[in-house]
Design a protein around this ligand. Structure first.
Ligand code: SAM
Length: 189
């Protein structure tokens, strides 16, 4: 299993998360990642940005699904206050179960569409496999403060999508098929 250097306590919690996800997946089809190995690959994909991101005080993850990347980042960054936004009831119920089971004090699960969330600024906005970059930026706007950064987990399509980002300060970090679009400053639209 590919691993980043993180405290043992974090890996213990990630292991509990994996076991619970496998159990829930047998009953409720929460994610396509069904095996221990497949879930671990999603976990590594979720936390890989910790190799380049600095510490954040607050994070909003749009469309967390069964936990990627928001719940994984929340477990790995216990000092970051994380809001996980997931409208689908069974997925949000699983996220709430994990919060209770792992006694996570830094996580709030919002079982709503991002368009319906209470507006406030976040330091970091993340999203994986939800929608195109243009829509993600529009959805993120109400939550952007002075220093907000965005991190979108993208595939091949990102190379087309960044063509609209000329006025933004961004970096693309590629790993295998994954392209992490790290927007450090939004330009004027
Ligand atoms: C393909 S899943 C990806 C889930 C997870 N991010 C992952 O990578 O495994 C897309 C998720 O986005 C959620 N979603 C769709 N529209 C949304 C919206 N307007 N606001 C928040 N979440 C939304 C869906 O409920 C779904 O769980």
């Amino acid at each position: 299993m590919k691993k980043l250097k993180l405290p043992d306590e974090v890996y213990k919690k990630l292991d509990s998360f994996t076991k619970s996800l496998m159990d829930w997946n047998k009953v409720h089809n929460l994610t396509g990642a069904k095996t221990y190995e497949a879930i671990n690959e999603q976990i590594y994909d979720s936390i890989y940005p910790l190799t380049f991101l600095s510490k954040q005080n607050s994070l909003l993850d749009i469309g967390t699904g069964a936990g990627f990347p928001g719940m994984i980042l929340a477990i790995a960054m216990p000092e970051t206050e994380c809001t996980l936004c997931e409208p689908l009831r069974k997925r949000a119920s699983f996220l709430k179960f994990i919060v209770r089971e792992l006694e996570l004090t830094n996580v709030t699960v919002e079982a709503n569409r991002v368009e319906d969330l209470e507006v406030r600024p976040y330091d970091l906005i993340t999203s994986r496999a939800v929608t195109d970059t243009k829509t993600l930026i529009e959805w993120s706007r109400p939550f952007i403060g002075e220093n907000t950064q965005m991190l979108f987990y993208k595939g091949e399509q990102v190379f087309e999508e960044v063509k609209g980002l000329e006025s933004c300060k961004y970096e693309l970090i590629s790993r295998d098929q994954r392209n992490y679009l790290w927007i450090k400053k939004l330009g004027v639209s």
